[in-house]
Design a protein around this ligand. Structure first.
Ligand code: ENO
Ligand code: FE2
Length: 458
């Protein structure tokens, strides 16, 4: 029996430069900083837009120092707006509370050497039953069932390791909890200046998909694990193809292996409890769900972004997360103005006649999309063809990696009738990433030769 997942609750990050990520999520990505939990040793900070919730967990650092964006040390900037070290009190607006000496909650301390996004937390209906089922099936349990409570009620959870690299899952039951987030978190006052501003500027509603970077030939095993333990089912990506010439095969996945792109994609979706015949009072049928995509690189086409992830992340894991927005142009514009860096395709992408026509048929302005680097793909499958072009396309844009290493990045996605992933968009992304990696390589080589010129070494 698989664990019955009800909904995705949050995704957690483990970072050493917590100030930078807290700042970026709040000020650049416009997420609402709504709850936090500080202890003597660590901090956990919760952000949300719509139902998309990130929990940033602080990795311990040498006191007073931490790594800056590209890995060198700098003084720890003060987080004094909400933490005042002189009186050991946590401040949220005008609310204060004592620092508590509790363990790391709802998570497992991963001891991972680089910053990483590694915990996808789900709500389940029955923690004890899910725990027994997964333990009996031989899953590695990282944290056995644990109860946490505060004045607003009780949450039970346990943590299980997945089969993908450092990824694990917290499964929790919060049906007996009435607070905003989780017990032992302090909620930020809604009037606090730390709460982020106008939500309408970044209308993100939920997590659309989570993409894993995996080594070659790992996909089948990953699929089997999620099917057996979490009841996931295969989701066919190639809703874009009009004919039987689809590149997606039941066993081989969706293969892109031309023009320098070497990628195998396979997607899975989870079935929520009620779809398995169990009715939950809390279950909202309209809850959007989140797909899981497994990406493998194919050897023939040279080194690429999946290989780079595996190398710099030092193993498989979550490569990127797609954030669903109802207005990608507005969201990308707001984020870019706030300092988010996006990959942009070559300008020729927007002037090529076919693409220009495709963008215009969908009712968009090529210049506007070009200004932000937004990609558009129109679905051509049979079902989609019965819709006008303005109702069967997909818009995407990808940020540059957000940690010091070239690993994790975010994506914005707006779906207008298209449910899969656009091959054209993937190719365009691929080209921009390859160009970026080439640039990085050249920069590194240049830095090395500058150093050897200075030191006289070759
Ligand atoms: O297109 C998407 O959003 C995907 O998630 C597919 C994908 C997977 C891995 C990549 O390195 C690039 C694209
Ligand atoms: Fe994606």
């Amino acid at each position: 029996m698989a664990a019955h997942l009800c909904r995705l609750h949050h995704i957690s990050l483990h970072v050493s430069n917590v100030n930078k990520i807290v700042h970026d999520l709040r000020s650049k990505f416009n997420f609402d900083f709504f709850a936090a939990r500080l202890t003597e040793k660590t901090g956990q900070y919760a952000f949300r837009r719509g139902s998309a919730v990130f929990l940033v967990n602080e990795k311990s650092n040498p006191v007073g120092h931490e790594l800056n964006e590209r890995g060198s040390q700098r003084e720890l900037p003060s987080m004094s707006s909400f933490y005042n070290s002189t009186d050991n009190r946590v401040r949220f607006g005008d609310k204060t509370s004592d620092i508590r000496k509790l363990d790391f909650l709802y998570d497992h301390y991963p001891h991972y050497s680089v910053d990483t996004v590694c915990n996808v937390c789900f709500e389940v209906e029955d923690v004890e039953r899910s725990f027994n089922a997964l333990r009996d099936q031989g899953c590695q349990i990282l944290v056995p069932p644990k109860k946490v409570h505060d004045d607003n009620g009780l949450v039970t959870y346990f943590v299980v390791k997945s089969i993908v690299g450092n990824v694990y899952h917290t499964l929790l039951d919060r049906s007996k909890y009435h607070g905003m987030f989780l017990p032992q978190f302090d909620e930020l006052d809604s009037t606090s200046e730390l709460r982020s501003v106008d939500a309408s500027l970044c209308p993100i509603t939920h997590f659309d998909h989570i993409t894993y970077a995996c080594p070659r030939r790992n996909t089948a095993e990953v699929m089997r694990w999620y099917e057996k333990h979490f009841g996931f089912q295969r989701f066919f990506i190639d809703s874009f193809n009009v004919s039987s010439s689809s590149n997606e095969d039941m066993n081989e996945g969706y293969v892109l292996d031309q023009d320098g792109v070497g990628l195998r994609l396979t997607a899975m979706e989870y079935w929520k409890c009620s779809e398995m015949g169990i009715q939950l009072p809390s279950k909202n049928r309209m809850d959007p769900d989140c797909k899981f995509v497994i990406a493998e690189s194919l050897p023939e086409q040279g080194k690429n972004q999946v290989d780079t992830f595996l190398e710099q992340h030092r193993g498989p894991g979550i490569q990127h997360i797609g954030l669903y927005t109802t207005d990608i142009v507005r969201t990308a514009q707001t984020m870019a103005q706030a300092g988010v860096e996006f990959f942009t395709p070559p300008p020729a992408y927007y002037t090529e006649v076919g693409k220009r026509h495709e963008i215009e048929s969908a009712g968009h302005d090529p210049q506007m999309l070009s200004k932000h680097g937004i990609l558009l793909d129109t679905a051509l499958n049979k079902e989609a063809m019965s819709q006008p072009p303005s109702e069967r396309y997909l818009l995407q844009i990808f940020t540059k990696p957000i940690f010091a290493e070239d690993t994790f990045f975010l994506e914005l996605i707006e779906r207008r009738g298209a449910t899969g992933f656009g091959e054209g968009n993937i190719r365009a992304l691929w080209r921009s990433v390859q160009a970026y990696m080439e640039n990085e390589k050249e920069d590194t080589q240049k830095q090395k030769s500058d150093v050897s010129l200075k030191t006289g070494k070759c």
